[in-house]
Design a binder for this molecule. Structure first.
Ligand code: NDP
Length: 241
Protein backbone atom coordinates (compact mmCIF):
# COMPACT_ATOMS: atom_id res chain seq x y z
CA UNK A 1 0.00 0.00 0.00
CA UNK A 2 1.34 3.44 -0.83
CA UNK A 3 2.37 5.68 2.04
CA UNK A 4 0.53 8.87 3.02
CA UNK A 5 1.54 12.48 2.54
CA UNK A 6 3.78 14.23 5.08
CA UNK A 7 4.22 18.01 5.18
CA UNK A 8 7.49 19.44 6.50
CA UNK A 9 7.97 23.15 7.17
CA UNK A 10 11.50 24.57 7.21
CA UNK A 11 12.81 21.72 5.06
CA UNK A 12 15.53 23.74 3.35
CA UNK A 13 18.20 23.09 6.00
CA UNK A 14 19.07 21.45 9.30
CA UNK A 15 16.51 19.25 11.05
CA UNK A 16 13.80 19.78 8.42
CA UNK A 17 16.12 18.82 5.57
CA UNK A 18 17.37 15.71 7.37
CA UNK A 19 13.80 14.69 8.18
CA UNK A 20 12.80 15.15 4.54
CA UNK A 21 15.66 12.93 3.37
CA UNK A 22 14.87 10.24 5.95
CA UNK A 23 11.12 10.13 5.36
CA UNK A 24 11.56 10.22 1.59
CA UNK A 25 13.96 7.28 1.78
CA UNK A 26 11.27 5.49 3.81
CA UNK A 27 8.86 5.98 0.89
CA UNK A 28 6.60 8.86 1.98
CA UNK A 29 5.37 11.47 -0.50
CA UNK A 30 6.26 14.92 0.82
CA UNK A 31 5.29 18.55 0.69
CA UNK A 32 8.37 20.61 1.54
CA UNK A 33 8.00 24.26 2.52
CA UNK A 34 10.51 27.05 3.14
CA UNK A 35 11.43 30.43 1.72
CA UNK A 36 14.54 29.11 -0.08
CA UNK A 37 12.80 27.10 -2.80
CA UNK A 38 16.07 26.38 -4.58
CA UNK A 39 17.35 24.50 -1.52
CA UNK A 40 14.18 22.38 -1.42
CA UNK A 41 14.39 21.58 -5.12
CA UNK A 42 18.10 20.75 -4.87
CA UNK A 43 17.19 17.83 -2.59
CA UNK A 44 15.62 16.26 -5.70
CA UNK A 45 13.46 13.86 -3.71
CA UNK A 46 10.92 11.63 -5.52
CA UNK A 47 7.13 12.14 -5.02
CA UNK A 48 7.84 15.52 -3.50
CA UNK A 49 6.19 18.88 -4.06
CA UNK A 50 8.33 21.88 -3.11
CA UNK A 51 6.79 25.28 -2.52
CA UNK A 52 8.23 28.64 -1.51
CA UNK A 53 6.08 29.43 1.51
CA UNK A 54 6.76 31.73 4.42
CA UNK A 55 4.93 30.11 7.33
CA UNK A 56 3.72 33.51 8.50
CA UNK A 57 1.57 33.56 5.33
CA UNK A 58 -1.40 31.49 6.48
CA UNK A 59 -3.18 31.55 3.12
CA UNK A 60 -0.08 30.44 1.17
CA UNK A 61 0.54 27.60 3.61
CA UNK A 62 -3.03 26.34 3.33
CA UNK A 63 -2.94 26.65 -0.47
CA UNK A 64 0.24 24.54 -0.69
CA UNK A 65 -1.30 21.83 1.51
CA UNK A 66 -4.42 21.74 -0.69
CA UNK A 67 -2.26 21.43 -3.81
CA UNK A 68 -0.20 18.59 -2.32
CA UNK A 69 -3.34 16.76 -1.21
CA UNK A 70 -4.69 16.89 -4.76
CA UNK A 71 -1.52 15.05 -5.88
CA UNK A 72 -0.87 12.64 -3.01
CA UNK A 73 -4.10 12.34 -1.02
CA UNK A 74 -4.87 13.58 2.50
CA UNK A 75 -2.00 14.76 4.67
CA UNK A 76 -1.28 12.25 7.43
CA UNK A 77 1.47 14.14 9.26
CA UNK A 78 2.72 17.67 9.66
CA UNK A 79 6.28 18.20 10.84
CA UNK A 80 5.97 21.77 12.12
CA UNK A 81 9.66 22.57 12.17
CA UNK A 82 10.32 26.05 10.71
CA UNK A 83 11.87 28.32 13.31
CA UNK A 84 14.59 30.78 14.12
CA UNK A 85 16.66 31.73 17.15
CA UNK A 86 17.88 35.27 17.74
CA UNK A 87 19.54 35.56 21.13
CA UNK A 88 20.08 38.66 23.22
CA UNK A 89 19.53 40.44 26.52
CA UNK A 90 16.01 41.84 26.58
CA UNK A 91 17.29 45.28 27.58
CA UNK A 92 19.41 45.47 24.45
CA UNK A 93 17.71 43.26 21.88
CA UNK A 94 16.01 44.91 18.91
CA UNK A 95 12.28 44.18 19.42
CA UNK A 96 11.93 43.29 15.74
CA UNK A 97 13.98 40.18 16.57
CA UNK A 98 11.43 38.87 19.06
CA UNK A 99 8.63 39.94 16.73
CA UNK A 100 10.11 37.66 14.07
CA UNK A 101 10.52 34.74 16.48
CA UNK A 102 6.96 35.05 17.76
CA UNK A 103 5.65 35.32 14.19
CA UNK A 104 7.51 32.23 12.92
CA UNK A 105 8.05 29.98 15.95
CA UNK A 106 4.57 30.46 17.42
CA UNK A 107 2.13 31.92 14.90
CA UNK A 108 3.77 30.18 11.93
CA UNK A 109 3.50 26.87 13.78
CA UNK A 110 -0.17 27.57 14.52
CA UNK A 111 -0.69 28.38 10.83
CA UNK A 112 0.64 24.91 10.01
CA UNK A 113 -1.82 23.35 12.44
CA UNK A 114 -4.63 25.42 10.94
CA UNK A 115 -3.82 24.15 7.44
CA UNK A 116 -4.15 20.45 8.35
CA UNK A 117 -6.16 20.02 11.54
CA UNK A 118 -9.77 20.20 10.35
CA UNK A 119 -9.10 17.47 7.77
CA UNK A 120 -7.36 15.24 10.31
CA UNK A 121 -10.20 15.64 12.82
CA UNK A 122 -12.80 14.87 10.11
CA UNK A 123 -10.85 11.75 9.04
CA UNK A 124 -10.16 10.78 12.65
CA UNK A 125 -6.54 10.18 11.75
CA UNK A 126 -3.38 12.25 11.68
CA UNK A 127 -0.23 13.36 13.47
CA UNK A 128 1.13 16.80 14.23
CA UNK A 129 4.76 16.93 15.27
CA UNK A 130 5.79 20.28 16.69
CA UNK A 131 9.54 20.92 16.91
CA UNK A 132 10.18 22.78 20.13
CA UNK A 133 13.47 22.75 22.08
CA UNK A 134 14.96 22.18 25.51
CA UNK A 135 14.32 25.94 25.54
CA UNK A 136 10.66 24.95 25.78
CA UNK A 137 11.30 23.25 29.13
CA UNK A 138 13.98 25.34 30.81
CA UNK A 139 15.70 28.68 30.58
CA UNK A 140 19.13 29.89 29.48
CA UNK A 141 20.98 33.22 29.70
CA UNK A 142 20.22 35.61 26.82
CA UNK A 143 17.47 33.29 25.55
CA UNK A 144 14.42 35.00 27.11
CA UNK A 145 12.54 35.79 23.92
CA UNK A 146 13.40 32.47 22.22
CA UNK A 147 12.59 30.55 25.42
CA UNK A 148 9.25 32.38 25.50
CA UNK A 149 8.41 31.17 22.00
CA UNK A 150 9.39 27.57 22.71
CA UNK A 151 7.53 27.43 26.05
CA UNK A 152 4.55 28.64 24.03
CA UNK A 153 5.05 25.73 21.61
CA UNK A 154 5.09 23.25 24.50
CA UNK A 155 1.98 24.72 26.17
CA UNK A 156 0.04 25.07 22.92
CA UNK A 157 0.92 21.52 21.89
CA UNK A 158 -0.18 19.92 25.15
CA UNK A 159 -3.49 21.78 25.12
CA UNK A 160 -4.01 20.87 21.47
CA UNK A 161 -3.19 17.24 22.22
CA UNK A 162 -5.94 17.15 24.86
CA UNK A 163 -8.37 18.76 22.41
CA UNK A 164 -7.85 16.39 19.49
CA UNK A 165 -7.04 13.12 21.29
CA UNK A 166 -10.73 12.05 21.16
CA UNK A 167 -10.53 12.47 17.37
CA UNK A 168 -7.60 10.01 17.16
CA UNK A 169 -5.20 12.80 16.15
CA UNK A 170 -1.77 12.72 17.80
CA UNK A 171 0.18 15.80 18.86
CA UNK A 172 3.84 15.15 19.53
CA UNK A 173 6.56 17.52 20.74
CA UNK A 174 10.17 16.94 19.75
CA UNK A 175 12.47 18.99 21.97
CA UNK A 176 16.13 18.87 20.96
CA UNK A 177 19.09 20.39 22.73
CA UNK A 178 21.90 22.07 20.81
CA UNK A 179 22.04 20.68 17.28
CA UNK A 180 24.55 21.33 14.52
CA UNK A 181 22.52 23.41 12.03
CA UNK A 182 22.34 26.92 10.60
CA UNK A 183 20.17 27.98 13.56
CA UNK A 184 23.23 28.88 15.61
CA UNK A 185 24.55 31.25 12.94
CA UNK A 186 21.75 33.80 12.66
CA UNK A 187 21.93 35.52 16.06
CA UNK A 188 23.05 39.07 15.30
CA UNK A 189 25.10 39.53 18.50
CA UNK A 190 28.63 38.30 17.69
CA UNK A 191 29.61 37.98 21.37
CA UNK A 192 26.76 35.56 21.98
CA UNK A 193 27.70 33.54 18.90
CA UNK A 194 31.33 33.37 20.08
CA UNK A 195 30.04 32.31 23.51
CA UNK A 196 28.16 29.42 21.92
CA UNK A 197 31.30 28.26 20.12
CA UNK A 198 33.29 28.49 23.38
CA UNK A 199 30.62 26.44 25.20
CA UNK A 200 30.60 23.87 22.42
CA UNK A 201 34.39 23.53 22.64
CA UNK A 202 34.14 23.16 26.44
CA UNK A 203 31.85 20.15 26.09
CA UNK A 204 34.18 18.54 23.56
CA UNK A 205 32.61 19.86 20.38
CA UNK A 206 29.91 17.20 20.39
CA UNK A 207 26.29 18.30 19.92
CA UNK A 208 23.37 16.61 18.19
CA UNK A 209 23.45 16.04 14.45
CA UNK A 210 20.21 16.93 12.60
CA UNK A 211 20.00 13.33 11.36
CA UNK A 212 19.68 12.18 14.99
CA UNK A 213 16.71 14.47 15.59
CA UNK A 214 15.18 13.24 12.31
CA UNK A 215 15.43 9.66 13.62
CA UNK A 216 13.48 10.66 16.74
CA UNK A 217 10.80 12.28 14.58
CA UNK A 218 10.48 9.18 12.42
CA UNK A 219 10.35 6.88 15.46
CA UNK A 220 7.55 8.89 17.07
CA UNK A 221 5.58 9.07 13.82
CA UNK A 222 5.93 5.40 12.92
CA UNK A 223 4.59 4.08 16.22
CA UNK A 224 1.05 2.73 15.72
CA UNK A 225 -1.61 5.47 15.60
CA UNK A 226 -2.94 4.35 18.99
CA UNK A 227 0.42 5.24 20.58
CA UNK A 228 1.11 8.92 21.12
CA UNK A 229 4.66 9.68 22.20
CA UNK A 230 3.72 12.98 23.75
CA UNK A 231 7.20 14.39 24.05
CA UNK A 232 10.75 13.49 23.15
CA UNK A 233 13.49 15.53 24.82
CA UNK A 234 16.89 14.69 23.38
CA UNK A 235 20.29 16.31 23.66
CA UNK A 236 23.92 15.34 23.40
CA UNK A 237 24.82 13.21 26.42
CA UNK A 238 27.48 15.69 27.48
CA UNK A 239 25.05 18.64 27.41
CA UNK A 240 24.47 19.38 31.09
CA UNK A 241 22.18 22.39 30.62
P1 NDP B 1 17.97 25.84 10.46
O1 NDP B 1 18.25 27.29 10.55
O2 NDP B 1 18.97 24.96 9.80
O3 NDP B 1 16.56 25.58 9.78
C1 NDP B 1 15.46 26.44 9.99
C2 NDP B 1 14.45 26.16 8.89
O4 NDP B 1 13.31 27.00 9.14
C3 NDP B 1 14.97 26.50 7.52
O5 NDP B 1 14.57 25.50 6.62
C4 NDP B 1 14.29 27.81 7.19
O6 NDP B 1 14.04 27.90 5.79
C5 NDP B 1 12.98 27.65 7.94
N1 NDP B 1 12.33 28.93 8.19
C6 NDP B 1 12.75 29.95 8.95
N2 NDP B 1 11.89 30.97 8.89
C7 NDP B 1 10.89 30.57 8.05
C8 NDP B 1 9.71 31.18 7.58
N3 NDP B 1 9.36 32.43 7.94
N4 NDP B 1 8.92 30.48 6.75
C9 NDP B 1 9.26 29.23 6.37
N5 NDP B 1 10.36 28.60 6.78
C10 NDP B 1 11.17 29.28 7.61
O7 NDP B 1 17.74 25.38 11.96
P2 NDP B 1 17.26 24.01 12.65
O8 NDP B 1 17.15 22.91 11.69
O9 NDP B 1 18.10 23.84 13.83
O10 NDP B 1 15.82 24.46 13.16
C11 NDP B 1 14.65 23.71 12.99
C12 NDP B 1 13.82 23.78 14.26
O11 NDP B 1 14.54 23.14 15.30
C13 NDP B 1 13.51 25.20 14.74
O12 NDP B 1 12.16 25.27 15.14
C14 NDP B 1 14.44 25.36 15.93
O13 NDP B 1 13.96 26.28 16.87
C15 NDP B 1 14.47 23.94 16.46
N6 NDP B 1 15.59 23.62 17.34
C16 NDP B 1 16.89 23.70 16.89
C17 NDP B 1 17.94 23.45 17.76
C18 NDP B 1 19.36 23.63 17.36
O14 NDP B 1 20.23 23.69 18.24
N7 NDP B 1 19.68 23.69 16.08
C19 NDP B 1 17.70 23.02 19.14
C20 NDP B 1 16.31 22.96 19.49
C21 NDP B 1 15.31 23.24 18.62
P3 NDP B 1 14.15 29.23 4.90
O15 NDP B 1 15.20 30.11 5.53
O16 NDP B 1 14.54 28.69 3.56
O17 NDP B 1 12.78 29.80 4.92
Amino acid sequence: MSKPLIVITGASSGIGESTARLLSAAGYPLLLLARRLERLEALALPNTLCRRVDVTDRAALTKAVTEAESLFGPVDALINNAGLMLLGDMAAQDPTEWDRMLDVNVKGLMNGVHAVLAGMVARKHGTIINVSSTSGRKTYPQHAAYVGTKHAVHAFSENLREEVAPSNVRVIVIAPGACDTELQTITTNQQIKDGFQAWKAEIGGVILAPEEVAEAIRFAYEMPQKVCIREVVLAATNQTV
